[in-house]
Design a protein around this ligand. Structure first.
Ligand code: CTP
Length: 399
């Protein structure tokens, strides 16, 4: 797997820098070409001479004051690498990477690199646990980088806990697994609708529903982790994105959702209609707040466009449309009728009769019907795990 790969190894100031020597040896043994960048403080833990001898290449560590008047080409180094491995990665360097600071060569190369990035943190246990570090690790993961878990054991401080850099053999094994994992939807365009829609009654009131958008968001993350680019078109709600591959467009009404979907649908490979779209809207929303008058009132409603059904009419042979059905009776019959009517390739049925399934909760229990596969029941799971099951079924249909 690693044979012939160009590995750029970034070494930060940490006692674990001594492990870099073994790491370089293992990489060379695996047939890699290795170049090393050290931060200035890394050189207080291990000498450049050791790493240049083992890597058979000069070690670079510029932006420190030297009189050579020479510019280190961080762009060239970043483009050269097939993989940028930062091991050990200190809390300080990870913070800079997470926030785009580049006051040394290592961080400047990081910002210029286009290759996959693997980060092996090393620090004391309290630094590792600190919310600032946890937040930075999350940010780095959201950039698509592989962040390896620090290992448990005795630390330089004498304390025992998590914070040790992964052992070089273990680290390489994880890197190999990561590189060999094929992303199943790399380069595919996926459109996902999510959340409720709000249909205006007057400037302060609307008709809505309890959808939280959690299922649609979980699907967006599951698809992004398989390399797809996602347009998430979402009704009102909180959507915390953890991947740069997801572009979020907020809409409010069914009409706005229809317009956004319609504009993007033709460039889409896979469309997942997870939104709980209001079927009707007030025919004439009031310009001013409606005042309380009689003992009852009537609001006349008019049908909204069925977004999924309209896109079904436009569906090209290569496109896959996935729908959802939430039923309280005749579940299988209604779900299959919807699949047929709206030209879905797959429909995900969640039953409100199941505890833990449906709106607002973090879990879901689904059955998937598909045009070319037998129906599949799944156990109650977190919405993230449910999203992975759906993604697996879409993959079966799409390939
Ligand atoms: N859907 C849509 N646009 C609508 C209504 C529904 O895109 N205006 C999509 C939903 O996102 C879902 C599927 O169609 O994927 C089924 O939604 P559902 O509300 O269950 O179906 P309806 O056709 O509205 O049927 P009913 O409410 O009568 O059960």
């Amino acid at each position: 797997m690693l044979k012939g790969k160009k590995i750029l190894l970034g070494v930060c100031g940490s006692i674990a820098a001594y492990k870099s020597a073994l790491l370089v040896r293992l990489l060379i043994k695996a047939g890699c070409e290795v170049r090393v960048i050290m931060t200035v403080s890394a050189k207080t833990f291990i000498t450049p001479l050791t790493l240049s001898t083992l890597s058979k290449n000069p070690v670079v560590s510029a932006f420190e004051k030297d009189d050579r008047g020479q510019w280190e080409n961080h762009v060239e180094l970043g483009l050269w690498a097939d993989l940028f491995l930062i091991a050990p990665a200190s809390a300080n360097t990870m913070a800079k990477m997470a926030h785009g600071l580049c006051d040394n060569l290592l961080t400047a190369v990081y910002l210029s690199a286009k290759c996959p990035v693997v980060i092996a943190p090393a620090m004391d246990l309290d630094m590792y646990r600190h919310p600032a570090t946890r937040q930075n690790l999350k940010i780095l993961q959201s950039f698509g980088h592989l962040v390896l878990d620090a290992e448990h054991g005795e630390l330089a401080s004498g304390l025992v806990g998590e914070g040790r850099m992964a052992e070089p053999e273990h680290l390489l094994q994880q890197v190999e697994e990561h590189l060999s994992k094929k992303k199943r939807f790399e380069g595919k365009q996926v459109l996902i609708t999510a959340g409720p829609t709000y249909e205006k009654i007057d400037p302060v009131r609307f008709i809505g529903n309890h959808s939280s958008g959690k299922m649609g968001l979980a699907l967006a993350h599951a698809m992004a982790s398989e390399g797809a680019r996602i347009h998430l078109i979402a009704g009102p709600g909180q959507y915390k994105l953890e991947s740069e591959l997801i572009a979020l467009t907020h809409v409010s009404s069914a009409d706005e959702m229809y317009n956004e979907v319609s504009a993007k649908y033709d460039q889409t490979d896979i469309a997942i209609f997870a939104a709980a779209v209001a079927d009707y809207r007030p025919i004439a929303p009031a310009e001013e707040k409606i005042k309380k008058t009689g003992d009852s009132m009537t609001i006349e409603l008019v049908k909204n466009k069925d977004i999924a059904a309209e896109m079904g009419k436009r569906k090209a042979k290569s496109q896959v449309n996935v729908g959802f059905a939430l039923e309280t009776e005749k579940e299988e019959q209604y779900a299959k009728e919807k699949m047929d009517k709206k030209k879905f390739d797959l429909i995900v049925l969640n039953s409100l009769n199941d505890n833990g399934a449906g709106f607002s909760v973090d879990t879901n229990k689904i059955t998937i019907f598909s045009v070319d596969q037998p129906k599949r029941h799944f156990e109650l799971k977190s919405k993230q795990k449910v999203a992975e099951d759906i993604v697996n079924c879409i993959h079966e249909t799409f390939k």
